[in-house]
Design a protein around this ligand. Structure first.
Ligand SMILES: [Zn+2]
Ligand SMILES: [Zn+2]
Length: 568
């Protein structure tokens, strides 16, 4: 009876190779067989020569029922063993076995025990990037800034050793201290990030307010290289007004380009020099903006600058035409645009206490699964909720993250977005109407005699400014028209959001089956879809389904398949 177990223990401690695992009752979970051997007299506490016990092997292979059994038979929960002198809990964490971690913690495993390298449980979870386990440990009151034996906090470890933003972001969101220092060299997490050349982590730490002036024991400002990128008082003030400044910059650029081509000068050389000057000034100005913010805000401010010049052109060139209707349209455009930007799209919020409860309840029910739990926000996701990485939040019934509004489109502002698109398309139509009327009365256009090229050069000669505004309007009408059509199709005929439609299409392609997208639980038929979307009642004619999507959770454990990816 002893022989097979002992030889197994020896073999596996010599080599973790899967070749040997075939003769391994632990790996393939013949629970009964293991029980039989133990009942026959094998001592579960008996370690091999590296101090590795049966409990270690059960933990590394995610056999939580065996873990429970061995502990009930007297296994030492926090037995240190193996090359790294670690406990079964450490082994389970390294492998990312959440259910075994939960089982071990239930049986009294101590996450504060350090392994041979000095790491405690939370450090290992961060080091191996098992966020669900890290969330569980923190919910179990593990200190987020608890140092390991070298005095390093988990955040320092993430900044030093992990390429990629997730663990650093996760810890900062859970209030890890960005200015903690280690015992040995008095390094902050930022020092670790800079020393390791971890640019991602350094950016996140700076954004979270890490001090660039912190001195370590060698009094070296390793972080000085990042000073130019860090927020000084001036650039912070600048950021507050960034949207407005960028709007002014775009407006000035469009305006000056238009004015230069409109110049009453025959000299293209002069125009060329002036245009080069404008490009130079724009280049200089844009260098003083923080580059990431500049890029994310550019589409929104360019759109608003275009709308501004369309309005100016309308009032200066086509003043006599349809004043009231146009003004109404323009007002609606600005109103719905601001409402889209300013309305909370449906961010899912939770208090610290709720987050902890969520993690514990979900973890112990075995549902800490990315479809229903967001490890970035530490919340249980309502149905149809997606995590937006640009907004860094979970958004209820998220449709997409719009570059034009620089924000998310979700449950609460989706209808404003549709109305904004509609107003933009109508505005484009007014501009076409205005331009065509102006050209037909003020320019001599004879398509038959001049041909296409002749007409174009006549238009340029007539008013280059008007032609550029026409092209601008054409561009914005094209994209907004296409997006509007697609959105209306999804809303009215499918009852789905963009994310859901894309996921379903992908899913179908993977499974190679073609199920109609219209057969989904959210499709209520065209009329009810539209009525629910726009909250139309029409004096009781329609009954819109008014649902708060931030509060809709799947009723049972199995029903989360109706969540995001696996719907239908
Ligand atoms: Zn989230
Ligand atoms: Zn977003």
């Amino acid at each position: 009876v002893y022989a097979p177990l002992f030889s197994y223990s020896l073999l596996t401690s010599l080599c973790l190779s899967r070749v040997f695992s075939l003769c391994n009752p632990l790996r393939f979970g013949i629970l009964e067989r293991c029980k039989e051997l133990v009942e026959a007299g094998y001592d579960v506490r008996q370690p091999d020569k590296e101090n590795v016990t049966l409990l270690h092997w059960a933990a590394i292979n995610n056999r939580s029922e065996l873990v429970k059994y061995y502990i009930s038979k007297g296994s030492t929960v926090d037995q240190l063993g193996g090359d790294l002198n670690s406990t079964p809990l450490h082994w389970a964490i390294r492998q990312g076995h959440l259910s075994t971690v939960i089982q071990l913690m239930r049986c009294g495993a101590d996450p504060a025990v350090a392994d041979g390298e000095g790491y405690r449980a939370l450090h290992l979870a961060i080091l191996f990037q098992h966020m669900a386990i890290a969330a569980y440990l923190m919910a179990k009151e593990q200190e987020v800034d608890g140092p390991d034996c070298n005095g390093q906090t988990p955040l320092m470890l993430a900044a030093q050793k992990i390429i990629g933003p997730e663990p650093t972001n996760f810890l900062i969101k859970n209030n890890a201290s960005v200015n903690a220092v280690d015992k040995v060299n008095r390094n902050t997490p930022l020092h670790f990030a800079v020393l390791a050349g971890n640019v991602d982590a350094a950016h996140i730490l700076l954004e979270a307010g890490a001090s660039v002036d912190a001195e370590n024991i060698n009094v070296s400002h390793h972080s000085a290289g990042f000073r130019s990128e860090s927020e000084t008082y001036f650039s912070r003030r600048l950021c507050d007004h960034l949207v407005f400044l960028q709007f002014l910059l775009c407006t000035a650029t469009f305006g000056s380009v238009g004015a230069i081509v409109e110049l009453k000068s025959e000299s293209w050389l002069l125009k060329g020099i002036l245009l080069a000057c404008v490009i130079g000034v724009v280049n200089l100005a844009s260098r003083n903006f923080p580059s990431a913010a500049f890029q994310t805000l550019l589409p929104a401010s360019a759109l608003m600058a275009s709308v501004f010049w369309m309005l100016v052109t309308w009032f200066l060139w086509f003043f006599a035409t349809a004043q009231v209707l146009f003004t109404l349209n323009a007002t609606a455009l600005l109103y719905y645009y601001l409402r889209t930007c300013r309305t909370d799209p449906g961010f899912v919020k939770a208090t610290e206490e709720e987050k902890k409860m969520n993690v514990l309840v979900l973890a112990e029910a075995g549902c800490l699964d990315p479809r229903i739990f967001c490890t970035s926000c530490m919340i249980k996701k309502p149905m149809r909720t997606n995590h937006c990485f640009q907004c860094d939040a979970c958004v209820a019934k998220q449709d997409h993250h719009s570059v034009w509004t620089n924000g998310c489109i979700g449950a609460r502002n989706h209808h404003f977005f549709i109305l904004f698109l509609l107003s933009l398309v109508l505005m484009g139509a007014w501009m076409f109407y205005g331009c065509l009327t102006y050209w037909s009365t003020h320019c001599a256009l004879h398509y038959e005699e001049q041909g296409v090229w002749g007409v174009v050069s006549a238009l340029v000669g007539c008013s280059p400014w008007l032609l550029s505004v026409f092209l601008l309007a054409f561009y914005h009408t094209c994209w907004s028209g296409l997006v509007l059509l697609l959105q209306l199709y999804q809303i009215a005929f499918l009852g789905l959001t963009t994310v859901e439609r894309m996921n379903l299409t992908l899913h179908q392609r993977k499974l190679r089956q073609s199920v109609s997208l219209r057969q989904n639980p959210y499709n209520l038929g065209v009329v009810r879809n539209l009525a629910s979307f726009f909250h139309l009642r029409c004096c009781g004619l329609f009954k819109p389904a008014v649902i708060d999507w931030t509060q809709q959770f799947p009723p049972g454990r199995d029903q989360h398949v109706f969540g995001n990816t696996d719907m239908v």
